[in-house]
Design a binder for this molecule. Structure first.
Ligand SMILES: Nc1ncnc2c1ncn2[C@@H]1O[C@H](COP(=O)(O)OP(=O)(O)OP(=O)(O)O)[C@@H](O)[C@H]1O
Length: 749
């Protein structure tokens, strides 16, 4: 399904066809992943639902007890009819959750019981972390060579065996020229012995030796290739993990480029440290043994041959350097190309609706052309280099034949010796070009490696495991103290210019303001997707930067304006980020979020859903259930009802009402709609990056000349006109037609 899930693997040649595919569903949901602190799970299929339900004790709230019928509504068979009381409040007080005795205040200076993923990455890869912030690739080529070789270290045992096998197969190969020379002399001189043995015995021994050589060669190739693939797999996994641990802004900015690094560059890197290394070693052994054998046969002729080696080697050095530069540029261009395609394929419907296929085709074609131009340069350089080195080799061979023929005519060497010499020189020539290939391959690997290592080594601006763990039992007020903030990608605009506010635990606040006033930005700071430039956000008196983002985010439920659902079942989507949630927990959360429609789905909670297989209202409520199932202390709702029709809006609002009424969760909602704003106990009006007004809804809306009144008057007009348009539309929610529409959508998905 192109429009909904695009696995990108763009680039050049077979390496790209073998490229890693990451679905756009996963990538586009990176903020969701960060919000759910779910990096370790990475993908839904790997999420395990199980564990003890006891950990999330849903003890009735002291403020409000669960209605007597609610326990009867817990359905283990999700295909049964829905409960009759959709808005039954079941969210339990966080204060009743027992203290997690394992959650103690642990500073990072103390040894952590659980090694961080990054430290495991490094120990696994035998790589030590390098300096932060290498924003430019290719600037640390020399350190990359070392790392490139270090990459092969975990495969040391396999590689040593492969080198042993390589020695055997190369020795056997190097026997061939000598044997052929001796054979020629044997037949031309009518000698009775061959290599000091009778001919049949010698031939038999040679045949066995060649068989051993062939077996060694085959085994070497297999070992090298599998080791290479293991290295590629390891690097890909670690680079992806490292990406998931970055701040969301990083992935938002460079998703296409990251995919290219994970697919193309890792492939080049793996090839470079295994196949390339093995070919290089073989070339080195062949060249050394070949030259030694040539000296043994005729030192004079060998010296003639060796005159060719220095110019070719010099050319190879320059060519290799140029190739590394070119390789970096090519990979960057491939990254740009992937980024362009990814963005447009993820917005496929927009492209189709605006008939922009031709425009997008030409934009992509421009990017493809940039890659092609670089590839063309590489092709020219490679052609010229190989042509020149081939010509040099052939001319050297001609000299060898001329001078060698002369030595045969004066009986200084035999015809067999000349044949052996010619063959050895061909071997040595091949080995020298093999060494050149090794060098250029290594340079290409260094180029690709620097891009992959950059990803591996990049330290997140908001490291997930830095800080103290926030115990689940701790609760308190949220305070913004003179918070100033600019987005890193747009430093010139100060979005928040000194926000001050206090939100008591268990209360609800509506953030109100015109579009672009900073409502979402405040929520992003609360989620720690960004940190303030000045001032601080505190929770229970502690700057939230002091908590590990993981433990802090585990206390927050986030509902985004455009909720992302992942490919998987309804249960998996609700339990996303809460791997210990039982079916009962999930059903309770679904009930609290007014998700009655789930019980009408073909397989209930086990129905497979995707990014677009449910209506906006249904997706939004699943998203609320996802936030609730983790039993949050703080619920962030970012315009949760802005894109919904009035029926869906009512259903979502009813769910929000229940949550607010229970006073267990601090609710912070960014809202435009009056119906949503009126639900909150307190309204905070944002204007020009500061809080201009705050107070209760009824007080602010009655106050003559208040900014809130002006804002709301404008909003009322918008809502009236949209209601007028909506009145002509049939209601979708929970009607039999709506259920049918959902069923059809699911089938189409
Ligand atoms: N990722 C970003 N990078 C750069 N600037 C951003 C980014 N996100 C938002 N902005 C800018 O920050 C300002 C505040 O945006 P924000 O999304 O917080 O406003 P909002 O009040 O939530 O708006 P709306 O009601 O339209 O959702 C806007 O000027 C916006 O252009």
């Amino acid at each position: 399904m192109l429009g909904t899930s695009v696995g990108l693997s763009l680039g050049l040649g077979s390496s790209l066809r073998r490229g890693l595919q990451i679905t756009s569903v996963e990538r586009s949901g990176l903020s969701s992943i960060a919000g759910m602190s779910c990096r370790r799970s990475q993908q839904l299929p790997s999420i395990r639902i199980g564990g003890t339900a006891a950990r999330r004790l849903h003890t009735p709230s002291p403020q409000r007890s669960t209605p007597p019928h609610s326990s009867l509504l817990v359905r283990h068979n999700s295909t049964k009819p829905p409960p009759h009381v959709p808005s039954t409040p079941i969210i339990k007080a966080t204060t009743t959750t027992p203290v997690d005795t394992t959650s103690t205040l642990v500073t990072t200076s103390e040894p952590s019981a659980k090694p961080s993923i990054i430290s495991r990455i490094y120990s696994n890869l035998s790589l030590s972390p390098v300096k932060e912030n290498h924003e430019k690739d290719g600037e640390h080529g020399s350190s990359s060579v070392g790392k490139l070789l270090e990459l092969a270290r975990p495969e040391k045992r396999h590689l040593l065996i492969a080198v042993g096998l390589l020695l055997i197969s190369s020795s056997v190969s190097m026997l061939v020229p000598l044997t052929i020379g001796k054979l020629i002399d044997f037949f031309s001189t009518n000698s009775s012995t061959f290599l000091g043995l009778s001919f049949p015995v010698a031939a038999g021994l040679l045949a066995v030796t060649f068989c051993i050589g062939a077996a060694a060669n085959a085994s070497r190739a297999i070992i090298m290739r599998t080791s290479g693939q293991r290295i590629i797999a390891r690097v890909r996994n670690q680079a992806y993990l490292s990406t998931l641990r970055q701040e969301p802004e990083f992935a938002d900015r460079s998703a296409g480029d990251i995919v290219s690094r994970l697919s193309v560059d890792t492939n080049i890197l793996g090839e470079s440290v295994t196949s390339n290394l093995s070919d290089g070693l073989r070339a080195l052994i062949s060249a050394t043994v070949g030259v030694a054998a040539m000296f043994w046969i005729s030192a004079k002729l060998t010296l003639v041959m060796l005159c060719v080696v220095p110019p070719v080697s010099l050319g190879a050095v320059f060519y290799g350097r140029y190739l590394r530069k070119l390789s970096n540029l090519t990979q960057e261009a491939v990254g740009e190309m992937s980024k362009t395609a990814e963005e447009k394929l993820n917005a496929f419907k927009t492209v189709a609706a605006y008939n922009s296929q031709d425009l997008e085709g030409s934009l992509f074609s421009r990017k493809v052309d940039e890659v092609f131009q670089l590839a063309k340069k590489e092709a020219y350089m490679t052609g010229i280099f190989w042509g020149a080195s081939g010509l040099t080799g052939n001319l050297a061979m001609l000299c060898l034949l001329g001078y060698g023929g002369h030595l045969v005519s004066i009986h200084e060497i035999t015809v067999g010796d000349l044949t052996s010499l010619l063959m050895y020189s061909a071997y040595v020539g091949g080995s020298v070009s093999g060494l050149t290939g090794f060098f250029t391959g290594l340079m290409r690997g260094v180029g690709a490696g620097s891009r992959v290592f950059w990803l591996l080594d990049r330290t997140s601006h908001i490291p997930l495991d830095k800080g103290i763990n926030l115990p689940h039992s701790r609760n308190g007020a949220i305070r913004f103290e003179n918070v100033r903030f600019r987005y890193p990608s747009r430093k010139e605009v100060e979005v928040l210019k000194g926000i001050n506010m206090r939100i008591e635990p268990g209360t609800s606040v509506a953030l109100v303001g015109s579009s672009g006033s900073g409502k979402t930005s405040i929520q992003q700071l609360l989620s720690r997707f960004y940190d303030p430039d000045e001032g601080k956000v505190t929770f229970d008196g502690t700057d939230i930067r002091e908590f590990t983002p993981e433990s802090w985010r585990s206390r927050i439920g986030v509902v985004f304006q455009d909720p992302i659902l992942f490919a998987g079942t309804v249960h998996e989507n609700i339990a996303y980020g809460s791997p210990d949630a039982t079916r009962e927990d999930v059903e309770d959360a679904a009930r609290a979020a007014n998700c009655d429609f789930i019980w009408n789905l073909p397989q209930g909670f086990d129905t497979l859903i995707g990014k677009a297989s449910l209506s906006g209202g249904q997706r939004q409520r699943i998203s609320i259930a996802r936030a609730l199932v983790r039993n949050p202390s703080i619920l962030l709702l970012d315009e949760a009802t802005s894109a919904l029709d009035s029926a869906s809006e009512n259903a979502v609002n009813a769910a929000i009402d229940d949550i607010i009424r229970q006073k267990n969760i601090t609710v912070i909602l960014a809202a435009h709609r009056l119906s949503s704003i009126a639900r909150a106990e307190r309204v905070v009006v944002l204007e020009n990056g500061v809080v201009s007004e705050e107070g209760r809804y009824d007080v602010l809306s009655r106050r003559e000349g208040s900014r809130f009144r002006t804002l709301m008057a404008a909003q009322l007009l918008v809502e009236k006109s949209s209601k007028g348009a909506e009145a002509s539309q049939p209601e979708e929610e929970e009607s039999p037609e709506s259920t049918e529409a959902t069923r059809l959508r699911l089938e189409a998905n």
